[in-house]
Design a protein around this ligand. Structure first.
Ligand code: SF4
Length: 117
């Protein structure tokens, strides 16, 4: 590749950029390996219990908590940090902890802005 006189890219910057691009996949995989494991959240822990966290949304008493709907689950909560196919995933409300994809708590909020909360 021949650079024109107005081009400000130096051969050094191109080589450095190429090296960075070559090393990026290795850095990404080491980041993933270094990510701390999440500890599953126990529904009996005070913080979890105060928010009514359960590992199974189907067990929520709809009479006691009328805002709960059967289709509300951690997996479709805006706070869930797992992939759609994950059985467990992180939660922004409980840093360092994982919650069940089928779980639920009183802070559930839809990822779908058109869905009633
Ligand atoms: S905030 Fe959302 S993802 Fe976190 S425990 Fe509650 S319902 Fe689940």
């Amino acid at each position: 590749m021949r650079l024109g006189p107005t081009c400000r890219l130096s051969r050094r910057s191109l080589i450095q950029g190429g090296l960075a691009a070559a090393l990026l996949p290795a850095l990404r995989s080491s980041d993933a390996a270094a990510a701390p494991a999440l500890t599953p959240l126990d529904p009996k822990e005070p913080a979890a219990a105060s928010l009514g966290y359960t590992t199974d949304s189907a067990t929520v008493d709809g009479k006691a908590i009328p805002n709960h709907a059967p289709d509300q689950k951690c997996a479709n909560c805006v706070q869930f940090r797992g992939a759609a196919s994950d059985a467990m995933g992180g939660c922004a409300i409980f840093p360092g902890r994982s919650v069940a994809a089928n779980g639920w708590c009183k802070l559930w909020a839809s990822t779908d802005s058109s869905m009633p909360e």
